[in-house]
Write a protein that binds this ligand. Structure first.
Ligand code: M6R
Length: 588
């Protein structure tokens, strides 16, 4: 998690770093901070909260060297002291870090015995103190940095500055980090977005390497200290910041973009879909892996491939993937799904699969990401940049592409494209203002609910899971999703008068059974919200959706995305940046 940024060269380093941090806030927005050198003094400025909420103008100094950080807390609460950058005892060394240092406790204990004073609860603070300790032993800064890095266990992307050098020292292991090469400046970041528009030439700091970034750029191997060849690459220049347009929030804008993104999927290259479908068809053992919403898309894939391709594919939550890694061979196809392409658990699963020589196929929304670089085959969901922390248009795009792939394995691509086109029209229908008003009213009714349940069967079981996730992450209402038949195996004990339950009743083979489940809940006082093409006496509130047959998961999730958005507004919450979350989850 967290975003890190650095600048060295001609120009206002502080200004660049603050503007870049604003772009990276989606990686974490608990607190932020920057450090720069003024004269011969290292200065550090930190704040809790979002960058846009305070006035960076307070930081007056012009400087040619600065580093910055936007934090998603792992070790230590959300406080100013725990915000990065962290410094050594003498305030000569400042460090920003993305990742987790697993052995920080033992390192800290050793350093404390040697007299180092710690002021935060973070794992990161050991880094500047270790460098300080190694400098005290007459090492050069580069040597002290290398010795320090070799003591760290865990994942990191690090930027370090000291008061008397015009360089930034960086290192990476398990976390992304890139250096943008400008004419008169070098830009460092965990995310290419930070320097998009400034340069298209980039050097990726590969795992296990460190670099000295000043007027010149030198890369070294962390273990041996040997200098390595610097590899320059070009990045697409079209990476740009998304705009909100006339919408008040990115979330609502992105929900409303779905009819268009689905149409783009219909227009995707036929050959690409067929070739990739054949790859899945011919693979021996296919594993889908992903996290969060993307995992719900993976779970849908299990149902889609069972129905259309008559294939059993395995699905694993990426963080649970290690339990199954013994089944991965050089014949396996690992299918990773990720909006960002930067999710640590997914990257870890992919690295494991690669080590076993399995083929890696990734379905990503970010065309330039770590996962993309690690994959043999990449398909890009044409959803465009997703800014709101909640995944919406990326999810329905993933579903759309998985549907086409599964149908294409059985030669049914043309019909599938037609069905998807119809589904895109049905999504437009849901987003008409009269329907939005109806959902808004439902949000007013539900805003004080403490618990909420969602149920679906077959294709709509993953929809129920996704609906619950959408509601809880943005409205903080406790919501749980179940397979329709499962609720009575325990959770039905929580149903009492007026507990809302969203029932996905598609017009398919699961309809009668799911309506019976709705009756069971109603009999115990539950308040039934039916998402269905047809009204039914069991529904207390009906959200009408079109009958789109096998594509019901795409259409059914949309009113619930809208409901989640209005629940957040009703409760006075920020729909784009819910508490405790970050858009890219780059720690395990
Ligand atoms: O970038 P990814 O798709 O790999 O992210 C996976 C999850 O972190 C993500 O879907 C998360 O669950 C969202 N907050 C859901 O809205």
């Amino acid at each position: 998690m967290c975003g890190i940024v650095g600048f060295v060269g001609k120009g206002d380093a502080k200004k660049f770093v603050i503007e870049a941090l604003k772009k990276l806030e989606y990686r974490g927005y608990d607190s932020w901070g920057i450090s720069f050198v003024e004269g011969n003094n290292l200065r550090v400025f930190k704040e809790t909260g979002k960058i846009s909420e305070i006035f960076p103008e307070k930081i007056q100094a012009k400087t040619r060297l600065a580093i910055g950080h936007t934090r998603w807390a792992t070790h230590g609460g959300v406080t100013k002291l725990n915000a990065h950058p962290h410094t050594d005892c003498k305030q000569n060394i400042a460090v920003v870090h993305n990742g987790i240092i697993n052995n920080f406790e033992s390192l800290k204990t050793d350093l404390e015995k040697k007299g180092h004073k710690f002021i935060s609860e973070t794992d990161t603070e050991v880094i500047p103190h270790l460098v300080e300790e190694n400098l005290n032993k007459n090492n050069s800064l580069l040597e002290a940095f290398q010795i320090t890095l070799n003591k760290l266990q865990g994942d990191f992307a690090i930027c370090l500055i000291v008061s008397k050098e015009n360089k930034i020292y960086v290192a990476a292991s398990g976390c992304p980090l890139a250096i943008g090469i400008g004419k008169d400046a070098k830009y460092i970041s965990s995310d290419l977005l930070a320097f998009a528009g400034f340069t298209s030439e980039v050097v990726f700091v590969r795992d296990g390497t460190m670099a000295e970034v000043g007027e010149n750029l030198k890369i070294y191997d962390i273990k041996t200290g040997n200098e390595k060849k610097v590899v320059f690459q070009k990045i697409p220049t079209q990476i740009h910041q998304a705009e909100r347009g006339n919408f008040k929030h990115f979330l609502f804008k992105e929900i409303n973009e779905q009819p268009k993104t689905l149409e783009k999927i219909v227009a995707m290259d036929q050959k690409e879909i067929e070739t990739n479908a054949a790859l899945i068809r011919n693979s021996f053992g296919t594993f889908f892996t992903a996290c969060g919403t993307a995992y719900h898309a993976a779970l849908s894939a299990e149902y889609l491939f069972a129905r259309f391709a008559k294939m059993h594919v395995n699905t694993a939550i990426a963080s649970e993937f290690p339990a199954f890694e013994n089944f991965i061979t050089d014949k396996t196809l690992l299918f990773a799904i990720s909006q960002s392409g930067e999710t640590a658990d997914v990257i870890e699963a992919v690295k494991t699969a690669r080590a076993k020589k399995a083929k890696v196929f990734s379905l990503l929304n970010n065309p330039d990401s770590t996962l993309g670089r690690l994959s043999d085959v990449v398909m890009i969901t044409p959803a465009g940049r997703e800014i709101a922390v909640l995944s919406t248009k990326a999810f329905t795009s993933q579903l759309g592409i998985l549907y086409l792939l599964s149908c294409a394995t059985a030669g049914g691509l043309d019909k599938a494209k037609k069905n998807l086109k119809d589904a895109s029209k049905s999504v437009s229908e849901i987003l008409k203002s009269s329907n939005i008003d109806q959902i808004k009213k439902l949000a007013q009714k539900l805003k004080n609910s403490k618990n909420l349940f969602t149920i679906g069967r077959g294709f709509n079981f993953p929809t129920a899971l996704e609906a619950a996730l959408k509601i809880k992450e943005v409205s903080y209402i406790h919501a749980e999703g179940f397979a329709g038949g499962e609720l009575k195996h325990g959770t039905i004990a929580l149903i009492e008068k007026d507990v809302p339950c969203i029932v996905f009743a598609a017009n398919d083979e699961t309809k009668d059974a799911i309506l019976s489940n709705a009756q069971e809940i109603k009999a115990r006082g539950g308040y039934i919200i039916g998402v269905s093409p047809k009204n039914h006496p069991v529904f207390d509130y009906w959200l009408k959706v079109a009958d789109v047959s096998d594509l019901s998961p795409i259409v059914n999730i949309v009113p619930i995305q809208v409901l989640a958005y209005f629940l957040a507004l009703e409760k006075g919450l920020d729909p784009d940046k819910p508490r405790n979350l970050a858009k890219s989850v780059t720690v395990k």
